[in-house]
Each structure stands twice: as structure tokens, then as C-alpha cells.
Design a protein around this ligand. Structure first.
Ligand code: GDP
Length: 582
């Protein structure tokens, strides 16, 4: 029995009772080149074992994370347990179009009598009740916060309200907001604001919306457009009713009768109270004294307050609460799970911290133009998401259309955002959360964006000629962009003696029988014509001197990095890897 899908030959050797060298020989006969330090997948291992009459069984170890997710993601709620939950709304739009004013107006005019006891608290989200139906608003307007959260894997929003000032019309950040909401598959309701102004022109806004793919209902589309004024309050109720209407159509449901799952909206360290986080509950009910795990942070809920500053003992689906009792400050966008046993909570936290460390070393694998073909071939991704930025609108359109035409049966090209202007931080975040690459024409990332892109490993390709960009993407889809490497054979040496030198390990006293051995070359060791190791030269010496190369007919001492199993009679082959230019 083995407990991993990838099995080192050493482990396999112990399980089936033949040497690793014997295993490499058997693999070689099947056309699989492996060295004794390599691993094979379970199917290959099972095949080799089967040959010897040994039945190999795969039984994967369960991680604490698996146990946690078995209790949450894997347990589907039954229809009978589901009840309606309030919609969660984010307000987006161009700066100064009135996002904050609309949020404030909604909040002030919708504090019902029953709730008036409390003093409004800014905890990052609040709930208002309209005709008996509650709606939860996230308090940080704008698509940047929305996508930052999504980049962490959290989708908190059900509906986006897109604010467009009636006197100003669609502006760059309006277009960004549309792209961000669409990429997240969140439906949009448009609030045309500032209709109290004499220069307001609602029909013009509707035309602009149509030009950007949002066709108003009254024009035969499915986008609700609500004229409002945050100043006079006109139309605000209509907007709220439209939100409720859309929520009803979306049939948002959750099961309050289970352990809570939620997402962190904001978090901070309070001098007297310790770490405080606002959590939006997404399913289940969170209760005081529940054990919770939030990202890598653990804790036990000590106290909870709602958005009116009142103490509460429990919080159900779509309810935002401020919680106390966490051991550290979590990140916005982290998912909270309430767990039965605190032991599981500690184990999950430990596993996640380890994984975080590993990931920092490996750095997350973002799609790049160079590896898109392989990722598609391996079924990891089904299409390529692209963000196009260019200096002028004309190029934006031209590139977008040419790129989308490259889609074929196997691969879809999705241009998820296309806009004139420099590459900004919010573009990188959108790329990160949608696993997209960014193509820029005669534009560059600003310094902030550049830094974030480097950290998040988002691939940015910059071009001066449209044709070159199209060609690159086309080549990438066909797998032709990958740099090709080829091996150049350099020479061969026979091992005639083996010494041990402290600090270096084994040294193979060898005789170069063909070509030459290079200090900078790569090595392969063959025993009875079976390759047993691949590695780099650690030292290459003639007598006592380090040398760069040793030619045919000469003797030398070769030591190999991380390999100490050399034997007299082995052959050492030396080669170089070179990138092919085409
Ligand atoms: P944000 O940047 O989108 O959050 O916009 P703000 O809510 O800060 O509003 C920007 C400016 O527009 C402020 O000076 C508001 O007073 C003004 N404003 C917002 N809504 C309205 C409105 O409905 N009518 C008028 N006349 N002015 C408004």
C-alpha cells in the first residue's frame, strides 16, 4: 500500500522487494527513462509491481484540510433546509459619480424603528430592510476592493450596483467596473445618479450603456436602469426595490442550520479589544463561543456586534458581524469556517502555514503566454483570458477583435477587459483573480502595477506593433512559443577508480574515452547501459588542479552533485543543453 500518487523509486523498491536499479531497468524496457532518485506515478508503479505478482494499493492520507472541506464544501444542503437569504450588494462606478453618497443615503433613510436603538457603526457592511426584505451592502465602494477580495478566492457579492452620473456619463472607471463585475459573473443594476441636475441626460446614458454591452430592460435587454438622486433621495427606494426583485429572481438561499462559513470584509487590531474582524456570513449560523479558522488564523468567538453596535449571540446567512476572539488579524477575503473540534482547527492552521511557506518558494503558478499551450493540453485551463490595454481606443478595439477571432474548437480567447490607458494596479488584480495575461500596446505598467505584477507573477506582454501581438498569441496557442531546448553531446569517460574525499564525497577517477568533459556540462551516469543518475559536475580535477575541461585520452577526477553511488565500470556522459533559435 502507498499513500501518495507520486511514488519515489526508493519507496517502490521497499514495497516490492527489488532494487531501484532493477526497477530502472524494467522501466527502461517499457521505454521510460528514470534514474534511481526519480519517482513514478501510481499507474506505472502498479504496472511494475503487477509484473512481480505484487498488488499495489493507493490509499491517500487525508489532510486536515480534506476533513474540513468534507464538513463544508462536500456537504450539500438539502432543498428542505434552505431558506431565502438577503442579497449582498457592492456599489461600483467612476470617482465622484456618487457611490458614497448613495450608500449614505440608503443607510440614513432606512434605519427602521426597531433598529433605532443602536448607534450606526462602520464595520464594513450594513443591512437595511425594505418592505420587510433585508439587503446587505458592502461599505467599501469600488471595483478594486471587490476584485482584491476575489483574488483571494472569495466571492462575497451577489449584485453590483453600477453608479453613473447622469451629467457625466460612462467614464474609464465605469468601464473597469463593468469588466470586473462581468469577470466575476455578478449581475449589474445601473443607478443613473444626479438626476436632480439640470444637465442630466438619462437617454444618453442608456445609449452609452448599450455601447458597452449593457442593454436596458426598456430597450429589450435585461439590465435594470434606475434613475436616482443621492441628493434629494428621489428614486432610491426604486433602486432598493429593483435589488430585491433581482434577488428574488436569483433565488438566493442558504441553510442557517449548520456550522457557519463566512468571508472577512475587513480586519484590524484594536488596542484594547485585540484582533477584530467583520465577517459576512455566507452559509450557516455563527455563534458566540464557536471555534473558528480564518485563513491561517484560529480563535474562539468571544463576542459579536452587529452593524448597529448591538451585542448579538448569533449571526445567520448574509448578516455582517464584527467578531472578537481571534488570535491574530486575518486578511480581508479570507474564508471563515466554524469547526466542531479545536484540534482540527489547529491542524488546518498548521497545514495552511506550511503550504503558504511552500507556495512562497514555488510562487503560485499563473498562466503565462509561454506555458498556455501546455496548460491547455493538460486540461488545466480551457481558454485564455486576456486584458488589453492600449494608448488609443482604436487600437484597443482592433486588438480585441483580432484576438477573439483566434478562438477555435479547443481554445477560447476571452478578452475580459479592454481599455485605453496605462496598465494599473486594478488591471493586475483583475488579471490575478481571473488568471489572465495582460497585453499592452504603446503603454506600460505604472511603477505600482509593475511591482504588484512581479509579486503576483501576472504575465504582462508589451508590444509596439499589433501584428506581433496577434502572432505571439497565435503561436502560443499552437505551442510554438515555448523555447525549444536541445541537447548537445560532448563526450564520455569511463570510471576506473573510486575515491572518497571528505567534504566532497565520492570522486570518480576516470579516463575520457571520447570527446571531452566540461566543468560546466551536465552528466549522465550509465551502468550496464542503464542510466542511473543525471546531475551536474561538482568538481573536475586534473591531479590537484580544478580545470574547465578534460579532453579525450586524459585522466581526471570527477565528482557529481548529490550522487555518491558511483562504481568502477560506470560510464559518465557529458552534454550541454542549448536553446534553439528559430
Ligand atoms: P464617489 O466618489 O463615487 O463616492 O462620489 P461621492 O458620493 O463622494 O460624490 C461626489 C460628489 O457628487 C459630491 O460632491 C456629492 O455631493 C455629489 N453628489 C453625489 N450624488 C449627487 C446627486 O444625486 N446630485 C447632486 N447634485 N450631487 C451629488
Amino acid at each position: 500500500m502507498v499513500n501518495t500518487e507520486i511514488i519515489p523509486l526508493k519507496v517502490l523498491s521497499e514495497k516490492i522487494g527489488i532494487t531501484t536499479v532493477e526497477i530502472t531497468k524494467r522501466l527502461f524496457k517499457e521505454g521510460i527513462m528514470k534514474t534511481i532518485n526519480d519517482s513514478v506515478d501510481f499507474d506505472t508503479a502498479a504496472f511494475i509491481a503487477d509484473d512481480l505478482g505484487v498488488e499495489l494499493e493507493l490509499k491517500l492520507d487525508k489532510t486536515a484540510e480534506d476533513v474540513l472541506s468534507a464538513g463544508f464544501e462536500d456537504v450539500l444542503d438539502e432543498e428542505k433546509d434552505l431558506v431565502r437569504r438577503p442579497p449582498v450588494v457592492t456599489v461600483m462606478g467612476h470617482v465622484d459619480h456618487g457611490k458614497t453618497s448613495i450608500l449614505d443615503k440608503i443607510r440614513k433613510t432606512n434605519v427602521t424603528a426597531g433598529e433605532a436603538g443602536g448607534i450606526t457603526q462602520h464595520i464594513g457592511a450594513y443591512t437595511v430592510t425594505v418592505n420587510g426584505s433585508p439587503i446587505t451592502f458592502l461599505d467599501t465602494p469600488g471595483h478594486a476592493a471587490f476584485t482584491a477580495m476575489r483574488a483571494r478566492g472569495a466571492q462575497a457579492t451577489d449584485i453590483a450596483v453600477l453608479v453613473v452620473a447622469a451629467d457625466d456619463g460612462i467614464m474609464p472607471q465605469t468601464i473597469e467596473a463593468i469588466s470586473h463585475a462581468k469577470a466575476a459573473d455578478v449581475p449589474i443594476i445601473v443607478a443613473v445618479n444626479k438626476i436632480d441636475k439640470p444637465e442630466a441626460n438619462i437617454e444618453r446614458i442608456k445609449q452609452q450603456l448599450t455601447d458597452h454591452g449593457l442593454l436596458p430592460e426598456e430597450w429589450g435587454g435585461d439590465v435594470i436602469v434606475c434613475p436616482v438622486s443621492a441628493k434629494t433621495g428621489e428614486g432610491i427606494n426604486g433602486l432598493l426595490e429593483s435589488i430585491n426583485l433581482l434577488a428574488e429572481i436569483k433565488d438566493l438561499k442558504a441553510n442557517p442550520d449548520r456550522k457557519a462559513k463566512g468571508v472577512v470584509i475587513e480586519a484590524k487590531l484594536d488596542n484594547s479589544k485585540g484582533p477584530i474582524a467583520t465577517v459576512l456570513i455566507q452559509n450557516g449560523t455563527l455563534k458566540v463561543s464557536d471555534n473558528v479558522i480564518v485563513g491561517t488564523v484560529t480563535g474562539k468567538i468571544r463576542a459579536m456586534t452587529d452593524d448597529k453596535g448591538r451585542r448579538v449571540n448569533s449571526a445567520g446567512p448574509s448578516v455582517p458581524v464584527s467578531i472578537m476572539g481571534l488570535d491574530e488579524v486575518p486578511n480581508a477575503g479570507d474564508i471563515l469556517y466554524a469547526v466542531e473540534q479545536d484540534k482540527l482547527m489547529k491542524l488546518v492552521a498548521e497545514e495552511r502555514k506550511n503550504k503558504e511557506r511552500e507556495n512562497m518558494i514555488k510562487s503560485a503558478s499563473k498562466v503565462t503566454l509561454d506555458d498556455v499551450f501546455d496548460r491547455i493540453a493538460e486540461g488545466e485551463i480551457k481558454g485564455l483570458n486576456i486584458i488589453v490595454k492600449a494608448d488609443v481606443q482604436g487600437s484597443v478595439e482592433a486588438v480585441k477583435q483580432s484576438l477573439e477571432k483566434l478562438s477555435n474548437d479547443e481554445v477560447r480567447i476571452n478578452v475580459i477587459h479592454a481599455q485605453a490607458g496605462a496598465i494599473k494596479e486594478s488591471d493586475i488584480m483583475l488579471a490575478e483573480s481571473s488568471n489572465a495575461i495582460i497585453i499592452g500596446f504603446n503603454v506600460r505598467p505604472d511603477s505600482n502595477a509593475k511591482q504588484i505584477a512581479e509579486k503576483s507573477k501576472v504575465d504582462i506582454k508589451l508590444y509596439r506593433v499589433i501584428y506581433e501581438a496577434i502572432e505571439d498569441v497565435e503561436k502560443a496557442l499552437k505551442g510554438m512559443l515555448k523555447p525549444k531546448f536541445s541537447e548537445v553531446y560532448l563526450g564520455k569517460a569511463e570510471v576506473r577508480e573510486v575515491f572518497k574525499i571528505s567534504g566532497v564525497g565520492q570522486v570518480a577517477g576516470s579516463y575520457v574515452t571520447d570527446g571531452k568533459i566540461l566543468r560546466s556540462g551536465k552528466l549522465r551516469i550509465y551502468r550496464d547501459d542503464v542510466m542511473i543518475c543525471e546531475g551536474n559536475v561538482l568538481q573536475l580535477k586534473r591531479f590537484k588542479d580544478d580545470v574547465k575541461e578534460v579532453a579525450q585520452g586524459y585522466e581526471c577526477g570527477i565528482s557529481i552533485e548529490k550522487f555518491n553511488d558511483i562504481k568502477i565500470g560506470d560510464y559518465i556522459e557529458c552534454y550541454q543543453v542549448e536553446e534553439e533559435k528559430n
